[in-house]
Design a protein. Structure first.
Length: 658
């Protein structure tokens, strides 16, 4: 409702202007009494107030002197022996005249001034003659009983707020001379079922049809070049819209909170925009303009996207998972306002700018990781995120920020910053209960499943890292690859994991403690085919050519109760498979993916889980054959130093210990 607030400010400022004007007119009258020449005289004739221009012989209607229901404004008025032509209805002339029911305007009038009939709440009809060339801002604002209106031919612009809050307006006829439909022109016209936009219109400005909840059909003609911010927002019955090839500018999410069934098409020959039915993009898909399905639970942005436009996902109440590619550098104002389905947020590693109110009112958000690349955060970016508990900011210097970026948060969140950086975040201290020094600790719980040793995948997205567990617990890391359809584990020498690397973890501990290292010289192992993914919510992992991606996870694809491999698929809201070939996969926090050739994957039954097997792996071959230095394992995947009775695994063979 930002525009209503803007209009109230507009009304206030014009009210102040009126007071100033009255003082000014009083000064003029004083000048008359002193013998100065006066060009404007205020007079009351037959119940109407006028401002009379003595030089031009014209009259501007200034208001009513007494209550009136059926008003017929005369074409001329006589005063002091002189006839004056009524040429205008002045600013605020009939503002808040609750008695007016009908108004007839003579064909001598050329101008209807700002807020001239503002809040005439009982006015049911108005006749506007063809002589009128200008209807100024807010002229019929709040005429809540006005049912129909016809704008005459000479008018070239429906200015801002002209018919705002005309709740029962059902019929509007615009002439083919109109070139602009102004900001909030038909805001909150609840009953308007349709409108014919003339082919003369070039601009539909911001909020023009905001909250026209009955609007079912609208045709945007090929003359239109600009569609402004939220122009058709909350038009919940709108069924279809075609954006013509002439449109070269689309503002902030013009179809936000419309019907889930709304179909928006972009003319194929439009050189600036395109659509995939779920969203509007720039032609090259380097920016998303408007997401069209607020109830959708998950969505994957194309890897070409570099910019998330203003309000693109605003109030997408259903969205729980969004894959934001690392290519994104800019998040615009209001981009995710009110997306309360997010619990955690991992922003792309190349991001530099977070816009005004970008994540305000994300009530489900509990944690957010702000990458070191971010240099600018605008006002109120994370304000009113009522459940926010942890903010991880990975830059050693606080990003340049404006006021209120973490304001109005009910719980006292904790800010985690790199070591020796707390002083650089002193300007943020008022938002947080505590600023924790030391690189952000990420704790990943590993489900034990009732066994002494168990496995989990770990991917390392941000910086070189060392993994540790509590004293007295064991920890072993493996590189993992697939050879001819079989998994091969190679034990690592230490617990350090390079940025961008993934490993398989074997531990009897409950938690892994992840401590980022200062060094950046760690190098991923050549035979490690695990693909690193994001640390918090969803991300996209793309397979190499002729490869598919298998996920290391607990359990099979449905139960996730033990470690195994399976191909991940991405489904849309209707359950249709969007991707089954590993080119766009939705992932979860701290999961790593194993890149496997399509040939190997087609002959890999060993990847399936067996009942009672905690790893789902029949054998765990480690390169080295029968070398006594190669570690041994039991069938449960536990590393052993002294074999007991039963089958043990060493290298790529099974042995029977007696």
């Amino acid at each position: 409702m930002r525009s209503i607030a803007h209009f109230r400010l507009f009304i206030f400022l014009y009210g102040m202007r009126q007071i100033t004007m009255r003082v000014f007119v009083a000064g003029l009258l004083l000048m008359v009494s002193l013998g100065a020449r006066c060009e404007v005289v205020t007079a009351t004739v037959d119940g109407l107030k006028y401002d009379l221009d003595t030089e031009k012989g014209s009259a501007t209607v200034a208001g009513l002197d007494e209550a009136c229901q059926e008003l017929v404004i005369p074409a001329s008025v006589a005063y002091m022996g002189t006839d004056y032509t009524v040429s205008a209805i002045g600013e605020w002339a009939f503002s808040d005249c609750r008695s007016l029911v009908s108004v007839v305007i003579p064909n001598t009038v050329t101008t209807i001034g700002r807020v001239a009939f503002n809040e005439c709440r009982n006015m049911e009809s108005v006749e506007i003659p063809s002589s009128v060339t200008l209807i100024d801002e807010g002229a019929f604002f709040g005429c809540s009983k006005l049912a129909s209106v016809e704008i005459p031919g000479p008018v070239s612009e429906i200015r801002g707020w002209t018919f705002t809050n005309c709740y029962i307006l059902t019929s509007v006829k615009l002439p083919n001379t109109v070139t602009t439909i102004g900001e909030c022109a038909f805001f909150d016209c609840d009953s308007l079922p349709s409108i014919e936009i003339p082919h003369s219109v070039r601009r539909i400005e911001g909020y023009a049809f905001y909250n026209c909840v009955s609007l079912k059909s609208v045709t945007i003609p090929g003359s239109v070049t600009t569609i402004g911010d939220e122009a058709f927002c909350f038009c919940k019955k709108l069924e279809s819209v075609t954006i013509p090839s002439s449109v070269d500018s689309i503002g902030m999410n013009p179809f936000r909170k419309c019907s889930e069934q709304l179909v928006v098409e972009v003319a194929p020959d439009n050189p600036y925009y395109c659509t995939d039915q779920l969203a509007i993009y720039t032609k090259e898909k380097d920016a998303i303009v408007s997401f069209l399905r607020p109830g959708t639970t998950s969505y994957v942005l194309p890897s070409s996207v570099r910019r998330i436009g203003d309000g693109a996902f605003g109030r997408c109440w259903g969205l729980r998972s969004l894959v934001i590619p690392d290519s994104v550098t800019y998040i615009g104002r209001y981009a995710f306002e009110g997306c309360d389905g997010f619990v955690s947020l991992d922003l792309p590693s190349a991001l530099t700018h977070i816009g005004y109110d970008a994540f305000t009112d994300c009530d489900g958000l509990e944690s957010v990781v702000i990458p070191a690349s971010v240099t600018e955060i605008e006002s109120y970016a994370f304000s009113c995120c009522s459940r926010l508990k942890n903010v991880y900011c990975l830059a050693s210097e606080a990003p340049e920020s404006e006021e209120g970026i973490f304001s109005d948060i009910e719980d006292d969140p904790i800010l985690h910053v790199p070591a020796h950086s707390t002083g650089n975040y002193s300007t943020w201290s008022g938002y947080f209960a505590e600023i924790k020094q030391g690189d952000p600790e990420q704790i990943h719980a590993v489900a034990n499943a009732g066994r002494d040793a168990h496995y989990a995948s770990f991917s390392n997205p941000y910086s070189d890292t060392e993994l540790t567990v509590e004293t007295g617990k064991s920890l072993t890391l493996y590189n993992v690859k697939v050879v001819d359809g079989e998994m091969v584990l190679t034990e690592r020498a230490g617990n350090k994991v390079a940025k961008g690397e993934g490993v398989l973890v074997c531990t009897d501990a409950a938690d892994l403690v992840v401590s980022p290292l200062a060094t950046t010289d760690l190098v991923s192992a050549e035979d490690n085919d695990l693909v690193a993914t994001s640390v918090l919510p969803a991300d996209t992992v793309c397979a190499r050519e002729s490869h598919v991606l298998y996920r290391l996870a607990y359990g099979d694809a449905s139960g996730q109760t033990g470690l195994g491999f399976y191909l991940s698929v991405l489904k849309d809201q209707e359950g249709h498979v969007v991707s089954a070939d590993g080119t766009a996969l939705a992932t979860n926090p701290f999961n790593a993916y194993l890149s496997v050739s399509a040939r190997a994957a087609s002959a890999a039954p060993g990847f399936e889980l067996g009942a009672g097997n905690p790893t789902g792996i029949d054998s765990q071959p480690a390169e080295g054959g029968e070398d006594a230095t190669v570690p041994m394992y039991d069938l449960g995947g536990r590393r052993i130093s002294t074999p007991e009775r039963g089958i043990i695994i060493r290298g790529d063979r099974k042995y029977l210990a007696r």
